[in-house]
Design a protein. Sequence first.
Length: 176
Amino acid sequence: MINKLSSTQYKFDDSGHLVKADGKNSGGSTYYSQKLDAGISSKTTIMIARNQTVGIKRDGRSRVEDVDKKHGGGVTVPIPTGYQGMPGGGVFVVVTGNPNYNAVGDIGGKPQQMTAEPEQILMHEIVGHAVPMATARDNGTTATGRAVDDENIVRGQVGLPARKADDGDLEGGTNH
């Protein structure tokens, strides 16, 4: 799914780490590739999984949420320090691989319903949440930008319509 929208091509090595591969996608986004490269070089672990549910802790309570129903097909959550031996914690991206038929686009300045395909949902989670959260953790700061703004840079570079801005979908948040 990553290679469909990125200009640089990637693969998973034998250890399950994302690495650059041979080849280019001339119609892919250089911004997405830059964010992927930043994620690869980050000291903070970014885990990506395909699953229908995710465990979320909010307001001191843990619960399992359906990723399609509650998060539009993708969600990114922080991994606590010490989880599975990760001394600095990490970031966990979960996507279902299903399209989101309820995404809202900004087409001609007017909100319009559109479909977000699985590769677009994964891209949003990576450029809008996972990499900003990981690089902020590396720098001891907090990711505060709007995730859809990051996503719309990629959308513009690959010729997709922009999504409607969402002030509640912050880079460091899981509310989407």
